[in-house]
Every structure is written in structure tokens, then in C-alpha cells.
Design a protein around this ligand. Sequence first.
Ligand code: DCP
Ligand code: MG
Length: 594
Amino acid sequence: MTPPEYAAKVLTKFQPLLDRTPPRKLFLKDKNIFYIGGDLKFASKTTRDKMDFVRKKGGTVVPVYDPSIVTHIVTDTTPIPTLKALALKSLTEIPDHIPTVLWSWITSGNRGKLEFEWMHAAFSSRIDADSSKRSSKGKEAQFPRQVAGTVSGGVTNSSVIDDDHHPQTPSSSLHPSSAAPPFSSAANPPQRTRHASQQCNGPEGDPLAEYYALAAADQESAESNDSSDGEMPMDEVVKQSRRGFTCDQRNTDNGHCLNQGIIDKLQELMELHKEKLSDHDRWRVFSYSKTIRALRNHPVQIKSYEQARAIKGVGDKTARKIEEIIQTGELRRIDWEKTPDVESIKNFKGIYDVGPHTAYQWYNAGCRTLDDVKARKGGITLTPTQKIGVEYYDDINSRMPRSEAEQIFNKIKPIALEIDPMLFIEIMGSFRRGKADCGDIDILITRPTHDGKTHAGVIRSLLTELHVRQIITEDLATPDNFDGLEATYRGLCRLDFRSRRRRIDILAVPYESRGAALLYYTGDDIFNRAIRYKAGSMGYSLNQRGLFTAVARDPNDRRKKLTKGYVIASETEEEIFKILNVPWQEPHERVRAV
Ligand code: DCP
Ligand code: MG
């Protein structure tokens, strides 16, 4: 039996049970639910049980998707099969008043009241879909019995299923040590000075920032970036490829933003939610970042609730907040969210190697200030790196002028070349992008192999030498294997004994992956995400080791790779740009973050 056939059958089941169930337990009354399980052809036991459950709780299982009847789409599967079941080509075709939710939304009713749909959104792009937006006409629409009849007869025009809709001068090549840094002048860097509060993109601006904001909220709990190769949900890939990827456009400043005052307040509120741990707070971050992005791109100044509400993705509550900002210049919710934990958690998370969970643990143990942490209040314990993080808290949390990064690098480079004159050693990250200040120094090391030699073991000798000369002062993370071609070192360094300590990362990579490594460690991270997403949309996988093809992924979890695939480009940035059809951009043109 197919799922629509079983759905039609369920309509006539359980009537005696429904008659004797107290109304307060029928929490799905008035809900017309189109349910999509994993298998579209066969109603499995799980699918049948779930449809029964909906009916027993007073809901109607709708056999055929009809937007004038369906109030909720409940899906246990990914966008493509969901679209197949709905006979649609894109999630954007689903009206805004029909939320697409996970099964967990249904079971949330067991606790007495159904939770908000957005908390159970199945697809991030439809988080703002809201059943309260339904017109009164739609609300009153009754499920027509004859639809069930046609389905059980096995013939229905509206269940035709379509096919899948798939989105259908540079000089950065590396040369051994002679290669000049792309920007060696500290005095006159080709940098952009922008602040988050000043940036306004045009309508074709960075479409990935919303994901970045969510990821940023997640960042500390995430593993290293090594596993992140930009796999994104297929519906987003479809959307992005239609709009174009931010990596494809050279970055442009579009000047003044008409809604900056509103953006600043919403940003302040978003930053407070970022410091909190709950799913609710994470969704708020996601939702505000979407609104902020929409406001940045909005061509007119918002002056009323109605105007705010008319912006796609801005719901009632956010529109009310915008109205309050317009009328009073303030947002009371900010003070409300400034709970006592926020400041402490923020400070604790500024300690190297402390993530949100440790920060909350310490807070719960009674710590409120860095002095409390230093005093081990509440019996908290610190790892050796956290101890260094506390000791050099101010140094690590301040940025260094570009000139200081350059001077430190100019001390390190000759020492490395003394060890092996054939080394390629380059400074990457924000320095290579031409930024006026740098959070750390990111150094890439590799070596050509045409003479039969490699850079294996060089990092060990280099670190020994840098310690002896007191340029590197503390180790934070040393390579697992000093003798391999790939190695990552993290530590603290300083220019001289009067200077602040600065964060330094040294990365060694095989010579053949130098282009991919250079691309990755140059960033910025939003540019990186965009180019990885684009690679993903073209069927490739891009990471710091290269551009890969034929990477098989787990269909149930697209982030999981089943096979490694084959490298098709990795030696130069240019070849990677070229295959991905991304116009060449100098490092300073790859700035996307606000
Ligand atoms: N990177 C990334 N994704 C991350 C972290 C890093 O793609 N989550 C890449 C892009 C970064 C580069 O590595 O530009 C270097 O990382 P840094 O954290 O050192 O960032 P930046 O050098 O860009 O900035 P900062 O001046 O703060 O160090
Ligand atoms: Mg850096």
C-alpha cells in the first residue's frame, strides 16, 4: 500500500476512539497534515503508525498535497524526496503559511501544547513559514472527502511526480623561497576597513552570511575545520546556484545603509543570544542574522511595523521589535536578555581552549570573573592550555598591527631558510588579505620535491630554534607527527621581551597541495564557505588538501563521506578557481565577512 492510500484509509479509522477522547488531548484538531516518511512508494509500519498517531490526536492525514487544505507538512526526509512527494520543484513553491516541520513537532504536543513550528523546522530556508499566516478562508477550509475517494481509487491528477530538480593575472603560484609575499608593505596595505555596522551589500550580496552566523554560534563546539568541506542542504544549494555564489562576485561596498539603526540594535540582541546555549537561542541567532541580512539589502528606510512585516522572512515578533526601535530608538528585549551569566560566559569563552560548555560549567561552579577562574573558585580545574589562556588573556584577545606580524614573520623566515633554503614559507590569513591588523600569524610551510627531498621534520627543527631564540614562548598544540609532511602547530610568540605575546599557527602541507592550502588559509572564512558550497553544487568537494571529484556521500547524512574521491586540482589557487568557474580574485578581494 502506498502512503497516500494508507492516509486515505486512516481518515475512516479510530472514530469511536476519537469520540471518547477528551478534547484537550486532541491537540492536532484542525490540523491537516501531509506526512512524508522515507519511502514514497510503500507505507512502512513506521509511516502507518505515525499516520495513526496523527489521527488519534484529532488531526487529519491528507493523502494528496493540496496547499489550500494542508496546514502542515511533516517530513522525515531530505528536500529532494520531500519535493517529490509534494510534486514540486523547489521548496520556495510551498506557500509561507504552510510550515515544513519534523516529526518532533507532532510529539511536542504530548507535553500538553504543540511547540512553535520554527523550533522544529525541517529546512533552515523555511524556518519562518508560519501557520498563523494562513488566511481565514484557508483556515476554515475543510478537508474534502472526495479527495480521499479518488486516492483510494488509485487515480489522482495532483499526485503526478516530477523528476528531481537539480541545480543544473594572478601571481599566487608558489615558488621556493624567492616568492615575495603578496603584500609586503606594512605601511600601505591594500586593505579594506569596514565594520560590521557599516557594511551594506546590494541585493546580490553575500547570500551565505546567514549560515555563517549560525555556524559562528556553533563554532566553539565544532571540531576542527578539517571535516568541513561545505556540504549544504540541497535546497540551499539549489537556491544559491540560482542567486550566484558570493565567491563569484568581487567584493563591493555599496555605501550607506538606510536601516543601520535597526540593524545595530538587532545585532546587539543577536550577540546576547550567541552567548547562550539553548536551541532556542541558536535559532534566534539564525533568525536575527537572516533579518539583518534582509535589512542590509533593503532599498528603502523602514518606518513602520507594516513595512518591516512586508520584508520576506520578517515575522510578527521581529517586526514588533523593529517598530519599537523605530519609535523609541531602543529595544527593551536587549536589557531583558542581559542576564547575569552573559558577561561571565563571554569572558570565559575568551580564554584559549574554553568553549561554551566549559564556560557554563565554571559559571555553574560559582565563577563570575577571570579572577574567580584564576582562584579556581568552586574547585574548577584547568587544562595546561587553558592555564596559558588565562595567563595571557589580554594578549591573546588583542589584535596586533600588521607591521608587528610582518616583523615577527621576518624574524622567522630566515631561521626557516637556514634550516632548508629550498623551503617555501609564506604568511597567510588576514595578513595575506591585506588587513591592517591581525588576530594571529598564520604561516604555511612546504617544499618542492624535485631534488628528492621534502620538508618532513623541518617543523621540529624550526620550533626548537624559535624556542631557543625566545620568539616562540608557549606551545598550545604540537603536531601528532613531527616527521610527516602535514603538521599543524599552534603557540604563542613575541617580537621581543617588551612585546605582547601573539598567537601563531604554523602549518606544513605536502607540496602538491600547496594551492588548496593557500586558498583555505587565506580565507576569509565566508569566502571559503562560499567556494566550498559552489564546489559541492558542482559535484566536487573542496578542502585544504585539494579539489576532489567522485566523493561518495552517505545519502542519510551528506556530511559523511563514504569514499575519498580523486584530487583534480590542488597545486595552485588558479587551477581551483578555474575549474570552479570562479573569477580570479587577489587575496585582498576575497574579503566577505562583516
Ligand atoms: N578558516 C576557515 N574557517 C574557519 C577558520 C579558518 O576557512 N573556521 C580559514 C580562513 C581564515 C584562515 O583559515 O582566513 C586563517 O584563520 P584565522 O582564524 O587565523 O583567521 P584570519 O587570519 O582570517 O583572521 P585573524 O586576523 O583574526 O587571524
Ligand atoms: Mg589569522
